[in-house]
Design a protein around this ligand. Structure first.
Ligand code: GDP
Length: 761
């Protein structure tokens, strides 16, 4: 037995799938595409019967516009599951039933799982299941995937449904297109095509795939259409059919929905739910965006600040400050001066633990071969722990993002920002992938598939890396820490938030430039569903959190481990394969790594961390950029390893920020150079994994230009930052150049538009 789960995004499919299959879940990819495929086994507790469950991607319709839709329809048609379970969000019945009307047209047993029943009841509503089942012509079962209610009953009903075959039915039969659909369906049946009704409807809809596959029937459809013209929709049959579906749903299905609690209706005023009231504030025309920015700042303060609630700045603990755990390895865990933010406390705690571990390993390995000691302590442990040290803050940041997502707020942000995004030439839909970019560019680039327009999609993929991903965070955090140590510039949280904002600003400017130069085009209209607010559920938060962090953890133990060893090797050996140690007569600046760094470092001179750096270690920042190309987290590992070698201080006695501070002192890098260094890392070519994804997701032939785009943007932005922060008056030069550029593009476009359009024959 094999069942397929189909339903809209956000209907609770993942939750239902996890509840049904538990630990048997297996995640892979659908063949040929990067859409995730989940499958698992359900076991009935009473009968012991097993059923394979395949989770189809979340979709709104079975049209052929996205890979998700094509996968879902092909699976049902070709793989013929024994039953399709259509999961529906009870609190959003009408919208969800749109997909149901399409599934009904297929010749496959269908069971409707009405999910979120708990929410429905809480809202004081009820659905007459008998009435709904009769109207739809398929059994409906009330469930709560989250509370795991009604799941066994659902599976029993589904098993029962498999015993008889089901012929497709359509809600379109009584419409003006009913007779045409019937005739096409009969013709398909004569040709022994499976699922004739479904194909017939799609053919009438002018569905791309169908018109290719059933060319012989096109004249039949065309003859009919020639005599047909709808007043409202003209010849747009797709819109006509969609409209007919919605009309049928609200006339025949929605009547099963009952509002038990009489909702107070004031004269002339529409009834406002709690969600509506919250939305009045959060999506307010004026307050919406400032509120969003404040929320972002609060999140960064909670995660990164070393002076929580600004207690130290307010001098709450007197001149002595608050010192806890003095003399233990946990000294400074909470703060010296104020209190640290929860994120910092967690990070410090993990760092204390890893410090203890590497200390223990170091003393245990004393006396072994120096290269073996170096490999383990300065190579593997230093590199790994530098990355793991940031895990708590990354987890916390992702947790906040998951809360925003699960509560429904993220969808609002997309809505508020649509008004603005439109001016930059993309829809609010582009916001979701961009926000996902804060987690990891890889899934974010895949998520751009919801963008219909190729140019909008290309532009969005190009700016996704500017939304600093989790892996870039350690670099930002460590450099801001070094700024505090070396230059006394505190406010790590504000600088961090500033870097994130810089990324967003560069994204916006790039979008503007691209959409008015190389990727010109109109922006498509944007319609989106705003789910009702709900309190995030702990369980689903954890699921999402794990989903987001697992890539990071996987990378930490594979590619990062491998590359830290490689970096350690390159910086511990000379070209003549001599291990660099005190007795060898060689120093770190003789290493292979140093010579590569020295070779490329002049390239970074305009950015502030190139040839102007002094001493024998001027190349370290160039090396940082290079290793960052493999994976951004590598940078901290590399710096930890190099700083340990440079200072002679064991790497576990140096925090990442201290390591960079040492390097700064050694090289004479200035603070504008450090800020330019962070900016370059945030904006430049992303890691290998993201590049590979971009290559797969971008339209053909766009990848090379994209790489050049990343290089040019990061180079220009960092140069401006370094130059302007070093010599403030250069700001005027920068502004003048920008102005000239804007005017030039404006007049060029005007000239281009004024040319007569090419004739189309
Ligand atoms: P998917 O996009 O269809 O996979 O949806 P998810 O499984 O991620 O669920 C979307 C949101 O709805 C999550 O926040 C879930 O916790 C929540 N959810 C899912 N099922 C239920 C339910 O039965 N009751 C309630 N109250 N929330 C649910």
């Amino acid at each position: 037995m094999r069942f397929a789960l189909a339903g809209n995004p956000n209907s609770g499919k993942t939750t239902l799938f996890n509840s049904l299959t538990g630990s048997t879940a297996h995640v892979g990819n659908w063949p040929g595409v990067t859409v995730e495929k989940r499958s698992g086994t359900y076991k009935n507790k009473k009968t012991g019967e097993r059923v394979d469950i395949v989770d189809l991607p979340g979709i709104y319709s079975l049209s052929p516009y996205t890979p998700e839709e094509v996968i879902s329809r092909d699976f049902i048609i070709d793989e013929k599951p024994d039953c399709v379970i259509n999961i529906i969000d009870a609190t959003n019945l009408e919208r969800n039933l749109y997909l149901t009307t399409q599934l009904l047209e297929m010749d496959v047993p269908l069971v409707i799982a009405i999910n979120m029943w708990d929410l429905l009841q809480k809202n004081g509503d009820d659905i007459d299941l008998k009435k709904l089942s009769a109207a739809i012509g398929a059994p409906c079962v009330a469930i709560s995937a989250l509370k795991e209610n009604g799941l066994d009953e659902l599976m029993e009903v589904a098993l029962k449904a498999t015993s008889s075959s089901r012929k497709g039915t359509t809600v379109l039969k009584d419409t003006s297109l009913g007779s045409l659909i019937n005739r096409v369906s009969d013709a398909l049946q004569e040709q022994e095509v499976g699922n004739p009704l479904f194909h017939a409807v799609k053919l009438v809809e002018n569905d791309q795939l169908e018109t290719q596959n059933h060319k012989d029937l096109l004249p039949l459809v065309a003859d009919f259409k020639a005599t047909f013209n709808d007043e409202t929709f003209g010849e747009d049959f797709e819109a006509l059919i969609a409209d007919a579906r919605y009309k049928y749903i609200s006339k025949n299905f929605s009547t099963a929905l009952k509002h038990l609690k009489e909702k107070k209706k004031e004269e002339g005023k529409p009834h406002l739910t709690l969600s509506d009231k919250i939305d009045r504030v959060l999506t307010n025309k004026w307050a919406g965006i400032p509120i969003f920015i404040v929320i972002l700042l609060v999140i960064f303060h909670l995660t990164f600040s070393e002076d929580f609630l600004f207690l130290n700045a307010a001098n709450c603990f007197g001149p002595e400050g608050l010192v806890t755990f003095a003399g233990t390895p946990f000294e400074g865990l909470f703060a010296n001066g104020g209190i640290q933010s929860p994120g910092m406390i967690l990070a410090n705690f993990v760092n204390s633990i890893t410090g203890l571990i590497s200390g223990a390993v170091a003393s245990w390995m004393e006396g072994v071969e120096p290269w073996a000691y170096g490999l383990v302590v300065d190579g593997i442990l230093a590199g790994m722990f530098a990355v793991i040290g940031f895990l708590p803050q990354i987890l916390l940041l992702f947790l906040f993002f998951s809360i925003m997502e699960d509560s429904g707020y993220m969808a609002r942000v997309a809505f508020i920002l649509d008004r603005i995004f439109r001016r930059f030439g993309v829809t609010g839909r582009a916001f979701m992938p961009m926000i996902m970019g804060f987690g990891c560019s890889v899934p974010a680039m895949i998520a751009t598939r919801t963008l219909v327009d190729d140019r909008e999609r290309t532009a969005t993929i190009r700016v996704i890396p500017f939304f600093a991903c989790g892996a870039k965070m350690p670099v930002i955090a460590a450099v801001t820490g070094a700024l505090a140590i070396q230059f006394g510039i505190g406010y790590a949280d504000l600088i961090t938030a500033g870097v994130y904002l810089l990324g967003m600003a560069v994204a916006i400017i790039s979008l503007l430039v691209m959409r008015s130069t190389t990727l010109r085009g109109k922006t498509a209209p944007f319609i989106m569903e705003l789910p009702a607010y709900h309190l995030p559920q702990f369980k689903s938060l954890m699921v999402h959190l794990w989903d987001k962090t697992k890539h990071f953890i996987k990378k930490a133990f594979t590619i990062i481990l491998a590359s830290t060893i490689l970096i350690w090797f390159l910086q511990s050996f000379t070209w003549s394969w001599v291990y660099i140690s005190e007795d060898s007569g060689f120093q770190t600046q003789d290493s292979i790594l140093a010579s590569i760094g020295m070779f490329v470092s002049p390239l970074f001179t305009p950015l502030g961390f190139g040839a102007q750096l002094v001493g024998s270690y001027g190349w370290v920042f160039a090396v940082g950029i290079l290793v960052g190309l493999i994976a951004k987290e590598n940078l901290m590992g590399a710096f930890a390893v190099i700083a340990a070698a440079v200072t002679g201080i064991a790497s576990d006695d140096l925090s990442d920020a201290e390591a960079i501070a040492e390097l700064v002192q050694m090289t004479g890098a200035t603070w504008p150079a450090l800020i330019s260094f962070i900016a370059f890392n945030v904006l430049t070519i992303p890691c290998f994994a993201a590049c590979a994804t971009a290559k797969g997701e971008l339209p053909k032939g766009k990848f090379h230009n994209t790489v050049i785009f990343w290089l040019v943007v990061s180079y220009i932005a960092s140069t401006i930052i370094y130059v302007v922060f070093s010599w403030w008056w250069t700001l005027f030069i920068v502004l003048a150049i920008a102005l000239i550029f804007i005017v030039a593009v404006h007049y060029f476009n005007k000239w281009r538009d004024s040319r007569p359009a090419p004739k189309v024959s």
